[in-house]
Design a protein around this ligand. Structure first.
Ligand SMILES: [Zn+2]
Ligand SMILES: [Zn+2]
Length: 388
């Protein structure tokens, strides 16, 4: 059972989490949060290095190999409506994705492992990573060398999940989260009087055809068994009701579960947009920018983590997910550099209405931190067993 974790550490995690929750900071602006983490590490006499984006790698133990555990630390531009006594003090900013929980659990793990430091046959690196929600702070840390010296051989991370009850965890070996490709399209037509469309080239009419044609890619050009999402989330164009628009700009997001499908879909998008625009006499420019890569869980490590969870929590509290999410997480940069497992811990309090992440009402049951800490600690111990 998970009761082996001392009451002191549990109380400390709640205390740390409530402080972090009260002072959330947006991605790339986590100055106070990082200073708070550094001061906690200093109090525990845990050495750390920092990266270009302020990200922190704390190290416990010695050795020529390491396991890395990641917590993301950023918050969202949401006005909190939970009414909790420790609600956000920073107007318009809220820890609505549970990164306060992730950070507090990692600080709890730091405390726990520091006590065991002398017995550890390899190093533990604790990654406190900024800017998960926006620009991929993980990439900066990985490119900055956090996976080397000593080499990180395995990575772990958890995320809160309000759709699961507190006291449960879920795992998925293999494809876990989608890769993101940003899509920008500019359609150039020719503006003219709305009563005489034959005099111009209607960029809005072209945009309408392009948006519809893009949806044929997932339904007609890629295998139905391979998930592809193409969402146009923003459209801008036109100047007045009686003027044929000369210019339309579209912005969207593309989600796929592997690079091969991503490359295929990028080619199909270019072909579809250019061909459709040309058929209507318009011209189009397409920009496709790779964002977060797909997050692929290592099968053996994920199955091992699920087994450890069954031992700790009982098999009725461990869920094996049957499908990946088309959402993304930049922990994928860590799993590109070393095999690893990203798993979810339930946060729904018994008898409460279902909640969602990124909601102004998101209020996770803090009992989830005990589960998170126990699982990460067991994951570290399992890695250390391979080093003895
Ligand atoms: Zn989020
Ligand atoms: Zn998140």
């Amino acid at each position: 059972m998970i009761n082996h974790i001392s009451k002191d550490i549990l109380a400390e995690m709640v205390h740390l989490r409530r402080h972090l929750h009260q002072y959330p900071e947006l991605s790339g602006q986590e100055h106070q949060t990082l200073a708070f983490i550094r001061s906690q590490l200093e109090q525990l006499s845990i050495p750390f290095t920092t990266y270009e984006n302020g990200g922190i790698c704390a190290t416990i133990g010695k050795g020529d190999s390491a396991i890395g555990i990641r917590a993301d630390i950023d918050a969202l531009s949401i006005e909190e409506k939970t009414g909790l006594p420790y609600a956000s003090q920073n107007i318009g900013v809220m820890h609505a994705c549970g990164h306060d929980i992730h950070t507090a659990v990692l600080l709890g793990l730091a405390r726990l492992l520091k006590k065991e430091e002398a017995t550890l046959p390899a190093m533990v690196k604790l990654f406190f990573q900024p800017a998960e929600e926006t620009v991929g702070g993980a990439k900066v840390m990985v490119e900055g060398g956090c996976m080397e010296g000593p080499q990180v051989e395995r990575v772990l991370a958890l995320h809160v999940d309000p759709t699961l009850p507190v006291g449960t965890a879920s795992f998925l070996p293999g494809k876990m989260n989608a890769a993101v490709i940003e899509l920008d399209i500019a359609i150039h037509g020719k503006s003219c009087h709305g009563a005489h469309p034959e005099m111009g080239v209607d960029a809005i009419a072209a945009a309408a055809q392009i948006i519809s044609a893009l949806q044929l890619i997932p339904s007609r050009f890629t295998a139905p068994t391979e998930p592809v999402v193409i969402t146009i989330g923003k459209i801008q164009g036109g100047t007045g009701r009686n003027i044929v628009a000369g210019e339309v700009h579209l912005q969207g997001t593309v989600r796929v579960l592997d690079k091969k499908t991503g490359d295929q879909v990028k080619h199909l998008i270019r072909q579809t947009v250019q061909g459709t625009a040309a058929a209507l006499g318009a011209e189009a420019e397409v920009a496709l920018t790779d964002d977060y890569p797909a997050l692929i869980n290592h099968a053996v490590i994920s199955l091992q983590m699920a087994e450890l969870a069954r031992e700790l929590m009982g098999k009725e509290n461990v869920v094996m997910m049957d499908a990946p999410s088309m959402g993304a997480d930049d922990f994928a940069y860590f799993t590109q550099a070393a095999p690893g497992c990203y798993f979810n811990i339930g946060t729904a309090a018994p008898g409460t209405a279902p909640q969602s992440l990124h909601s102004e009402h998101f209020a996770p049951d803090e009992g989830c931190m005990q589960v998170g800490l126990a699982l990460l600690h067991a994951g570290v111990q399992a890695y250390m067993e391979t080093k003895k």
